[in-house]
Design a protein around this ligand. Structure first.
Ligand code: SF4
Ligand code: FES
Length: 248
């Protein structure tokens, strides 16, 4: 396939940035989207041009790094996948594809398609953990009874890979789906109860300080989330927050 790519180029965080058009040739339908970007960069380097900076690591849907807004959708047109899992057979020979970074005030562009998602890390640091006694008297986690339903729901919430597609898809740049998944994975388990009150209060406080917007129940985040994180987690986080506020 031969394609026309319209890509956001931005030299650094203070640069204005602009869309630049490229022609890329010899793309196999079996390539992943990131492999197509590799081919483009090889062709740019061969012409002594600056390659396009983009984030990636695992290339198998686990790390959440490959943040790209493709033809107006986070991670492109398919559902339930990340950009690295998107295949070029989704597109046709001669297509024009628009590629932009994930945009949000809390995700400033570092270069081209690379954005700074440290805001998510700071929210995690505010409460996305449990403290475990490692003195040798620790109770084996497998000895603590947990209902199948709670274990399944906690596992579903824990599949959030922190990619930021929920924020990029939301008209308010809200991080509620991400934060609620991180709160829920502990709120559903006995191990998460000890710090439950502080966790939800501190994570929501940090989320607000990072200039993410509020949730207005549009649901775009759930549609674009590559891991199918449910809006039910936001409802659970709101309940947790209310209870914690009353206690606090
Ligand atoms: S909730 Fe979904 S879209 Fe948001 S960070 Fe987690 S995996 Fe990505
Ligand atoms: S590169 Fe890790 S999820 Fe895409």
């Amino acid at each position: 396939m031969d394609l026309i790519l319209k890509i956001w180029r931005q030299k650094g965080s203070n640069d204005k940035g602009q869309m630049v058009e490229y022609n890329v040739t010899d793309i196999s339908e079996h390539m992943s989207f990131l492999e197509m970007m590799d081919v483009l960069n090889e062709q740019l380097v061969a012409k002594d041009e600056e390659p396009v900076a983009f984030d990636h690591d695992c290339r198998e849907g686990i790390c959440g790094m490959c943040s790209m807004y493709i033809n107006g959708e986070a991670h492109g047109p398919d559902r339930g996948i990340t950009t690295c899992q998107l295949h070029m057979r989704t597109f046709n020979d001669g297509d024009t594809i628009t590629i932009e970074p994930f945009r949000a005030n809390a995700f400033p562009v570092i270069k081209d398609l690379v954005v700074d998602r440290m805001a998510f890390e700071r929210i995690q640091q505010a409460g996305g953990f449990i403290s475990v006694n490692t003195s040798g008297n620790t109770q084996d986690a497998n000895a603590i009874p947990i209902s199948k339903h709670a274990a399944d729901e906690a596992m579903d919430a824990a599949t959030c890979i922190g990619c930021g597609a929920c924020v990029a898809s939301c008209k308010n740049s809200s991080a509620m789906l991400f934060v609620s998944a991180k709160v829920s994975q502990y709120a559903l388990l006995p191990q998460g109860q000890v710090e439950a009150t502080d966790r939800v209060l501190n994570m929501v406080k940090q989320m607000d300080e990072e200039s993410f917007g509020n949730c207005t129940n549009t649901g775009a985040c759930e549609v674009e989330c590559p891991k199918g994180i449910s809006l039910e987690n936001i409802a659970r986080m709101n309940r947790e927050y209310l209870v914690a506020s009353l206690k606090g």
